[in-house]
Design a protein around this ligand. Sequence first.
Ligand code: DCP
Ligand code: CA
Ligand code: CA
Length: 366
Amino acid sequence: MPRVIGHLDLDYFYAQVEEVENPSLKERPVMVCVFSGRTEDSGVVSTANYRARELGVHSGMPIILAMKKLEGKDAAIIRMDHRKYEEVSARIMEDLEGRVDVLEPTGIDEAFFDLTASTRGDYAAARRTAEAIKESIFNAERLTCSVGIGRSKVVAKLGSDLSKPGGLMVVTDDATASFLDPVTVDKLYGVGPKTSSALLEMGIRTAGQLAVADQSELEKRFGKKFGGFLLLASTGNDASPVVADLEPTQFSRIVTLKRDTSDPHEAFGQLAEGIEYVHGRLASAGKSFRTLTAIGIYSDLSTKTKSRTFETPIDDLETVRDTSAVLFEELSRGAEKALRRAGVRVSGLSNKEGQTSLSEFLHPVK
Ligand code: DCP
Ligand code: CA
Ligand code: CA
């Protein structure tokens, strides 16, 4: 079974967040800037929307130069507000965490994820999950993102890059070789400008050329490990797994109901697998929880939650199931709208007796 790996990257992230906050910006070139404070307009452009990019503005450009390019264009110059972007990012990552098997955030606006187990290697199912993820981010935050799906991290990352902005690219197992062949090596995740110019010196410009390069030559030039990686990456056989954050703080799962309903039993019945999934994640991480939350997302996309916190840590499936049922009853009491999606979350995690956490295992405190 091929792996099913995804990469998600939010479009022109900081600038798009500013547009959402102030929609009139959408019509104008926008640049989000970090002012160094030395002189009034010294500093660099953090990012720019596509209107500003079309005029030649890009991340890392000195503000003074960017202002010249945008002169007379009614541009908006906005001071970077990192905390604001962090908050949006955290909400998106939390939602993502509940929709994928494993989530590996790799930056404020991007993450790898694994869907192999939940899709059983079915790329059509993965496409549906990716579409649901994109829709959810748009509904909750009004933000667009680009997603790539493939059998390795290199393929997934390339897919999200090439589908920017706003796209979704699914590269099935069979299509991987023809997808990668013409791609120039500088586009491969893990290949920087130094490596690509060294490869060019060896006459290697595309992934297809890299795939048939001499292994010992590559190892001589780049070392055994990186040379080996290059060869694997060129065919989408790079093997590194999607690795979750070392210490999860919660596990959750939200499912879309077969139809909108006001009946808590009907909703709860469709959540059984989700509950088992959350419990499975808890068990395999060797964790107990203290807080259980039932999540209801209604037909108008508003969200309501009900939580219960236990005196002592809990780890058994029955308690999760029974308490969720009670919480869903409470949630639906007095609700005027029909439920569209339902979910559960466990948080307040602790390690079960006699179990070492992954981070303690990797970095033992002597
Ligand atoms: N960023 C920054 N300085 C840079 C590059 C990026 O401050 N030199 C910040 C601003 C970006 C965010 O990080 O919004 C994410 O970086 P990306 O490289 O993903 O770029 P964008 O999201 O802005 O654009 P794209 O649509 O190309 O992904
Ligand atoms: Ca981005
Ligand atoms: Ca990014």
